[in-house]
Write a protein that binds this ligand. Structure first.
Ligand SMILES: Cc1cc2nc3c(=O)[nH]c(=O)nc-3n(C[C@H](O)[C@H](O)[C@H](O)COP(=O)(O)OP(=O)(O)OC[C@H]3O[C@@H](n4cnc5c(N)ncnc54)[C@H](O)[C@@H]3O)c2cc1C
Length: 402
């Protein structure tokens, strides 16, 4: 790191972490005519190479069991499909969502019932989820083995791949153009007022001490470490997730939905003739922040046999790329943790997105910008995700987690 000193000694908002959540929040602040403050984004690694954002699988879905999660993804779809107008810059390329859908597969009645319950919530929220029995799955997607299945669930509207990296790039570029200051530096300490109810400054690795009106913790898998600097606890830890890109000797002659196999392995179309697969580590403990070691045996002994069993045409496949990334895993309920700390009221969380933060970045960035501006959410009410639910022990149960 070559630390840069910020231009000023005081900012209204300091955002710790400049990846997709930090950049989204900065951009939405600049897009709000009621916000006139100064914004500093501190990012320790502007290559972002170890961020969750860089390791993502970049998909969105409407198939959640919590209505608010569906609404959050609906805003993402709307934002992405209208990107040039939303960013307000004609140089921004128009975007589409590659709508091959997520295919949830149930091999037992209990999970089939959950898919049926989820579908009701999703239809009510305006999604177009369809339930398919094994014969219907086979008729539409003849390549699957369906003998062991009880039910499938798929939605082909606003569900599939989108280019999260491009949206991230334009948020940063546009936020900079509108006056947000991004510096390469690391927040290494956070100090509070004597009463301990407000953060008053952050200290950077360069030694600069920056006074701040409000602080946003957008530090991804390092969220707990950052919170600790202010003496606060948050149940978020880095958990390893593996991704493989593979080619097939006999590619499928139709697009492969993002298939969530009952085993927990998922796979999807990735290019015209290439595919992507992913799964958690096993066992799946918290890992070191810098541990991106790949478990090569996991492909050969676990993932490949599962894929070949579900799609026999994929017996002959070859890995062409692979990586390990970190979820910022919320051990409390695997959902976003947002809003202010219960006693340190200007310390704002934007953490714990587990496996669905990319698609939540438009709604959560907008919501956090609203909170910073008004002390309330104005568009989508995100209060139920606020940090306060943790000390109050009110988990949000999301039954469709990947
Ligand atoms: C393998 C994988 C697949 C995924 N697939 C999907 C998907 O298909 N769809 C989806 O919606 N989501 C997906 N996700 C989740 C999604 O990618 C994340 O939720 C999202 O990228 C989180 O963004 P973030 O900005 O919160 O965190 P990060 O991208 O991790 O960014 C945090 C940033 O903070 C910086 N930082 C940390 N500490 C400090 C400090 N003290 N000072 C300065 N800077 C600091 C880091 O350098 C980093 O750049 C996936 C994640 C993984 C790992």
């Amino acid at each position: 790191m070559s630390p840069q000193s910020p231009k000023q000694k005081t900012y209204d908002v300091v955002i710790i972490g400049g990846a997709i959540m930090g950049s989204s929040t900065a951009w939405f602040l600049t897009d709000n005519p009621d916000f006139n403050g100064s914004i500093l984004v501190v990012e320790k690694d502007p290559t972002y190479e170890n961020s969750s954002t860089a390791h993502t699988n970049s998909c969105m879905r409407q198939q959640f069991s919590a209505k608010l999660n569906v609404q959050i993804s609906q805003f993402a779809a709307d934002f992405v499909k209208n990107l040039p107008e939303r960013i307000g810059d004609e140089r921004v390329p128009a975007q589409v969502i590659q709508n091959y859908g997520y295919m949830y597969l149930a091999d037992n009645d209990a999970f089939a019932d959950i898919l049926r319950e989820n579908q009701k919530v999703q239809l009510e929220a305006g999604a177009e989820t369809q339930l398919l029995d094994p014969q219907q799955i086979k008729a539409r997607y003849p390549f699957y083995t369906v003998d062991d299945l009880a039910l499938g669930s798929i939605n082909l509207k606003d569900e599939g791949y989108w280019d999260g990296g491009l949206v991230f790039d334009w948020w940063r570029r546009s936020a900079r153009d509108r006056g947000v200051e991004f510096v390469e530096n690391e927040v290494v300490a956070i100090s509070k007022t004597a009463a301990g109810t407000l953060v008053d400054s952050v200290t950077l690795a360069s030694g600069d001490v920056i006074n701040c009106g409000q602080v946003v913790n957008a530090s991804g898998p390092r969220a707990a470490r950052t919170a600790q600097m202010a003496g606060l606890d948050i149940p978020v830890e880095p958990r390893k997730r593996f991704t493989w890109i593979f080619s097939a000797q006999q590619p499928l002659d139709q697009e492969l939905p993002l298939t969530i196999d009952p085993s927990g392995v998922h796979f999807r179309q990735d290019g015209p003739k290439t595919y992507l697969a992913g799964c958690p580590a096993d066992p799946d403990p918290a890992v070191n922040y810098d541990d991106f070691h790949m478990d090569h045996g996991r492909w050969e002994n676990h993932v490949w046999p599962i894929i070949a069993n579900r799609i026999p045409q994929f017996e002959t496949i070859k890995v062409i790329n692979e990586w390990a990334g970190h979820y910022a895993y919320n051990t409390f309920d695997q959902n976003a943790i947002m809003g202010p700390h219960t006693t340190v009221s200007n310390f704002i969380f934007l953490n714990g997105f587990s496996g669905h933060g990319l698609q939540q970045s438009p709604a959560m960035g907008r919501g956090t910008a609203e909170w910073l501006t008004y002390g309330a959410y104005r568009s989508l009410d995100l209060t139920s995700y606020n940090f306060a639910r943790i000390p109050e022990n009110r988990p949000i149960i999301e039954k469709a987690v990947i």
